[in-house]
Design a protein around this ligand. Structure first.
Ligand code: SAM
Length: 291
């Protein structure tokens, strides 16, 4: 069967099934073989790998994944796509399709079933409306995941990679960089998709750390501090943290904690590195314990 990366084939399949693109599901299908090759090489897939694909659409990327990996499980929410996938992936004997919402999928159980609990690779051209919840689910829950290679909105890729003091630096940068090493694999223009999205896209590869690069006593406190700092970007860190309803620290305590780290009380959260947020979390968690 001719590959779906050929736009003619994609149009033929769409017409045959009279498929209606669902905007609410973020459906923009890839139609560019160079981009698909880049995703496969960025993901470093081998014949040993079990790959979880999120949102296979009509199976364009799945065809490439099936050729590179040992096994692919593709989770698709739109039931109208299931009969199409059965046809377009009919030639492959190493693919399973699940008709469900990825946010309600037990990914640990899939890793157990198909990969004996060993770390899996996640690859996807993500539905952009739920990029952050999907990534946070994969990162925060300590699932057995080796790497995540995903197409996302270009601005989101920039935010994931951004460092302190830049306009893109924020809670997403720090959350991603706590769990993984991000690298940009390709910028992808709208004409590589059908229909064309209104925004530019990029492929980003996240290599998951076995151990976080920064060790903290209280991870929950670290992320509460990060979120509070960027909720009020224009305020000083002391004021942002003091205003946060889920944090109980006084202005003086926060200023003292910063001073003990050699940081001015006037600093804004966007200037702090992940290591500095980690150190601040440890000083404040020590303070909590002494209360
Ligand atoms: N992988 C295909 C490709 O590259 O051509 C399609 C990518 S399209 C950007 C995103 C896909 O994710 C769509 O097929 C959409 O129906 C599916 N999707 C959206 N929300 C989902 C969810 N919560 N769980 C699983 N799949 C979802």
């Amino acid at each position: 069967m001719e590959k779906l990366s050929n736009p003619r084939k994609t149009i033929e399949v769409i017409q045959k099934y009279q498929f209606d693109f669902q905007k609410k599901f973020g459906q923009n299908f890839l139609i560019d073989s160079h981009v698909l090759d880049k995703i496969i090489s960025a993901a470093k897939i081998t014949k040993d790998d079990f790959v979880l694909e999120i949102g296979p659409g009509i199976g364009t990327l799945t065809q490439y994944l099936a050729e590179a990996a040992r096994w692919v499980t593709a989770v698709e929410i739109d039931r109208n796509l299931i009969p199409i996938l059965q046809e377009t992936l009919g030639e492959y004997s190493n693919v399973s399709i699940l008709n469900q919402d990825i946010l309600k999928t037990d990914i640990g159980a899939l890793a157990q079933e198909y990969n004996q609990g060993r770390p899996i690779k996640v690859v996807a051209n993500l539905p952009y409306y739920i990029t952050t919840p999907i990534l946070m689910e994969l990162l925060e829950n300590r699932l057995p995941v080796d790497s995540i290679t995903v197409m996302v909105q270009k601005e989101v890729a920039q935010r994931m990679q951004a460092g302190p003091g830049t306009k893109d630096y924020g809670a997403l940068s720090l959350a991603v960089q706590y769990y993984a090493k991000p690298s940009l694999s390709a910028n992808v223009p709208p004409n590589c998709f059908m229909p064309r999205p209104a925004v530019g896209s990029a492929v980003i590869h996240l290599e998951i750390y076995r151990e976080p690069p920064v060790k903290v006593e209280d991870e929950k406190l670290l992320f509460s501090l990060i979120r509070a700092s960027f909720n009020q970007r224009r305020k000083t860190l002391v004021n942002s943290l003091n205003n946060a309803s889920n944090l109980e620290f006084q202005k003086e305590e926060i200023a003292e904690a910063l001073e003990s780290m050699g940081i001015s009380g006037q600093v804004r959260g966007e200037a702090l590195t992940l290591e500095q947020f980690g150190a601040l979390a440890d000083v404040l968690s020590g303070l909590r314990k002494r209360r």
